[in-house]
Write a protein that binds this ligand. Structure first.
Ligand code: ATP
Ligand code: MG
Length: 333
């Protein structure tokens, strides 16, 4: 029996961090055995808010592939591919753009938040390309016939947008497209070192999977702790402490112990941070090692991406045949 198809991905706007690790990568690794998994390196989408910085996007393409491989994604099972080398997606985006109103895009809460965060890039008026990235994302998913889309919480409104486009397309042109389901991981949204609700690679508050031991030590030392706690024997509140928050992700037992001792004023913040640094490094050591191998073999990384893209493009071409037939623009077939 054919396996259910998953499409998910990352924007090459920076290296991947522990928010991605707990929010999506661990889940991807788990799903690769039972699903047909496609992982998109979304360089075209990354250009929507980095159009004036193409070097940044180009430079991060290989980094994203290496991050995915180093956490355990197996190219024999999961297909990693590049968005810009699937031109069918751009074609489908044009057709979809007739099925979405500008008002609907402007109401999308994720797009709204992102536009507000990116005033330095867009000023008072956002570009057509950025406002429309949910349309292009709908094309990414459906051109491969994605049935399940595992993502973090920020992506939920975007998948809803995809579902609306699919319903509209099917109601006008006939039942051609699959309506994808969103699959939220248990850790829907990992907070940043600064306490921000989201750790983001464009937000400067992340611990990267590729950070060295020294970088991790420095970053954890700056993490926000309970501001009301000055001395070790002050009774602390781990609920407002980022160090406790990350303990909970890396080691539940240590988290409970840390909370108990913090509330009782028995463990100081520095000691608590040291334990966290140790736990993070324990988890990241094998990932770092695998990454080093790929860093030393860029030709292997490129081959994985090229082969994956070729495989994905075959699916995209099949979908476009159906789409054009349904839209009656298959004149010379
Ligand atoms: P950018 O700031 O450039 O948008 P990003 O950090 O949001 O970068 P993306 O490449 O946009 O990363 O997202 C890749 C995937 O990781 C998406 O499924 C997204 O929901 C998920 N993700 C991103 N950040 C987090 C986070 N802090 N917690 C959980 N999941 C996350
Ligand atoms: Mg994002």
């Amino acid at each position: 029996m054919a396996k259910t198809r998953i499409v998910t991905g990352d924007r090459p706007t920076g290296k991947l961090h522990i928010g991605h690790y707990f929010g999506s990568l661990k889940n991807r690794v788990k799903l690769q055995d039972d699903y047909e998994e496609y992982i998109l390196v979304a360089d075209v989408q990354a250009l929507t808010d980095n159009f004036n910085n193409p070097e940044k996007v180009a430079k991060n393409v290989r980094e994203i592939v290496m991050d995915n491989l180093s956490v355990g994604l197996d190219p024999e099972k999961a297909t990693i591919y590049l968005q810009s080398m699937i031109p069918e997606t751009a074609e489908l985006t044009v057709f979809y753009s007739n099925l979405v109103t500008i008002a609907r895009l402007e109401r999308n809460p994720t797009v709204k938040t992102e536009i507000a965060q990116k005033r330095d890039i867009f000023g008072e008026s956002v570009t057509y390309g950025f406002l429309g990235y949910p349309v292009s994302q709908a094309a990414d998913i459906t051109v491969l016939g994605g049935e399940i889309v595992p993502t973090g919480e920020d992506q939920k409104p975007l998948i809803e947008q995809t579902r609306e486009i699919v319903r509209k397309f099917n109601s006008i042109y006939g039942e051609v497209l699959k309506e994808p389901q969103v699959l939220l991981s248990e850790n829907k949204r990992i907070k940043g070192l600064d306490g921000n609700e989201k750790m983001g690679k464009s937000l400067g508050n992340a611990i990267y999977l590729s950070d060295s031991e020294e970088e991790i030590r420095k970053k954890v030392m700056t993490a926000i702790t309970d501001p009301a706690r000055i001395k070790k024997d002050d009774l602390g509140n781990p609920d407002v402490c980022m160090v406790a928050y990350y303990h909970n992700l890396f080691n539940k037992e240590d988290y409970e112990q840390a909370c108990k001792e913090c509330r009782a004023g028995q463990r100081g913040c520095v000691e608590c941070k040291k334990k966290l640094i140790e736990n993070i490094n324990k988890e990241l050591a094998p990932i770092r090692e695998k990454r080093k191998y790929y860093e030393e073999h860029p030709e292997i990384v490129d081959k994985i991406l090229k082969d994956g893209t070729e495989k994905a493009r075959k699916l995209a071409k099949e979908t476009m045949k159906e789409v054009k037939k349904a839209m009656k623009i298959d004149y010379f077939e």
